[in-house]
Design a protein around this ligand. Structure first.
Ligand code: C5P
Length: 408
């Protein structure tokens, strides 16, 4: 057991009835490993997927399903009061709908309406349900009340379907729970009140209306950074290439597709920003010609697409007079320090995050990453495999350290 924020804290784990309920058992185990005590409560639907005995075995506490199991002690009120953080995973469309309208017709929903601690909901459902306007409205309503919505991810769903709707990995949900329990610095975060521009995702460089040149970036790192900076009180402008991710609540998002559009969006906001973090994987080249009509397979123009370099947005910001702190990323197939250091200086950056993109658990389209952070003043910090949410927190800590050093 480490000395992380979950040690000795009490987590209420609410489980609702989806196939992903089995992953809640894994989450319970991970929370216990991280030093928390876990109180599981289940809807009737959840109990038909995974029985209370599984959670009791993992948590060492009785897992409750019914409101009247302990009528003398008003179970839902007591459970809510005991919690330092409440995590609902998986949260079905039905559960979100009940939460959003204050329905309290079973133990899980009754307990939710009594909570005063931070609340996290990790939705999981079929894509159609997730995208239904009712669910969208319910999620937006919950987010506006401060509920942190984690995921869902794009991936394989029940019945072999694929799309947004898969429960986020237990590690990511745990990291979000831990984050809510981190004691803020006594005088608050140095990011509070600052303006941050964060770029995320990859760019797409069109060849014709159908085809484009792109890369595997999912946007997860940039979105995690935007969420973390916003949590620390910054005003965040997220400039995102195409991504399936839900924008973090409270963050203003501009959607772009190409490197040139991203450049314009960044340049328009950079002058007013205190920090620019470029987590986006910008395509290095774009096709010289864009064809208005779809090219036929046998067209010569398709056999050899002529490319031209895209502007280096970060280098451009670094080369001109600027007050903003500049943070860049370097996606490498090893943690190549020399190349990263060279990029740090050449692009005029304050901090570079070198991350590995060649391993199954690190880089593009996964929830975890490992990285090496180098600063212009010669500091070096290696971050072993961790969640992108946790890495975002480390990066924000480093940005705060740079701000502290700049202060007169
Ligand atoms: O040179 P390289 O592509 O490895 O640099 C990566 C860093 O530079 C990232 O922070 C990326 O967002 C930024 N970049 C950029 N414009 C480009 C290419 C990369 O801002 N055209």
């Amino acid at each position: 057991m480490g000395d992380g924020p979950l040690v000795g804290r009490h987590v209420l784990l609410g489980v609702s009835g989806g196939i992903a309920a089995y992953k809640a058992a894994e989450l319970a185990r991970e929370l216990i490993r991280a030093g928390a005590t876990v109180q599981a409560i289940l809807t009737q639907g959840a109990a038909s997927f995974v029985g209370p005995a599984t959670f009791e075995g993992l948590t060492g506490r009785r897992a409750h399903v019914g409101v009247f199991e302990d009528p003398h002690r008003i179970l839902h009120v007591r459970l809510a009061r005991e919690a330092d953080v409440a995590v609902f995973a998986p949260a079905t469309a039905n559960l979100l709908a009940k939460f959003a309208s204050g329905i309290a017709d079973d133990l899980v929903t009754s307990t939710y309406t009594c909570l005063t601690c931070p609340v996290i909901a990790a939705p999981a459902m079929h894509t159609e349900m997730w995208e239904h306007p009712a669910t969208r409205a319910n999620v937006a309503r919950l987010a506006s009340w401060g509920v942190r919505i984690i995921g869902p991810e794009v991936g394989q769903l029940a019945g072999g379907d694929e799309g947004p709707g898969r429960l986020s990995d237990p590690g990511e949900i745990l990291a979000a729970a831990a984050q809510t329990l981190v004691t803020p610095e006594p005088d608050g975060s140095l990011l509070a009140g600052l303006r941050l521009v964060v770029t995320a995702g990859g760019t797409r460089e069109p060849i014709d209306p159908v085809r484009y040149i792109g890369n595997r970036s999912s946007g997860k790192m940039g979105y995690a950074l935007a969420a973390e900076a916003q949590r620390r009180g910054a005003t965040v402008d997220l400039i995102s290439g195409p991504s399936h991710l839900e924008p973090p609540p409270g963050v203003s998002v501009s959607h772009v597709e190409t490197a040139l559009q991203m450049r314009d969006a960044v340049v328009a906001l950079a002058d007013k920003a205190d920090v620019v973090i470029k987590a986006a994987a910008v395509a290095d080249f774009r096709p010289v010609d864009y064809h208005e009509q779809k090219l036929k397979k046998d067209t010569a123009a398709l056999a050899s697409v002529i490319l031209t370099p895209n502007p280096d947005i970060l280098a451009e910001l670094g080369a001109r007079p600027h007050d903003a702190l500049l943070v860049g990323f370097a996606a490498e197939t090893d943690l190549e320090e020399e190349r990263g250091r060279e990029k740090l200086h050449r692009k005029g950056l304050d901090l570079i995050v070198i991350n590995r993109v060649d391993m199954a658990d690190s880089g593009f389209n996964v929830d975890t990453n490992r990285a090496l952070l180098l600063t212009m003043d010669g500091r070096r910090r290696e971050v072993p495999l961790t969640t992108k949410a946790e890495l975002a927190s480390v990066i924000c800590d480093e940005v705060e350290a740079l701000i502290r050093m700049r202060a007169p």
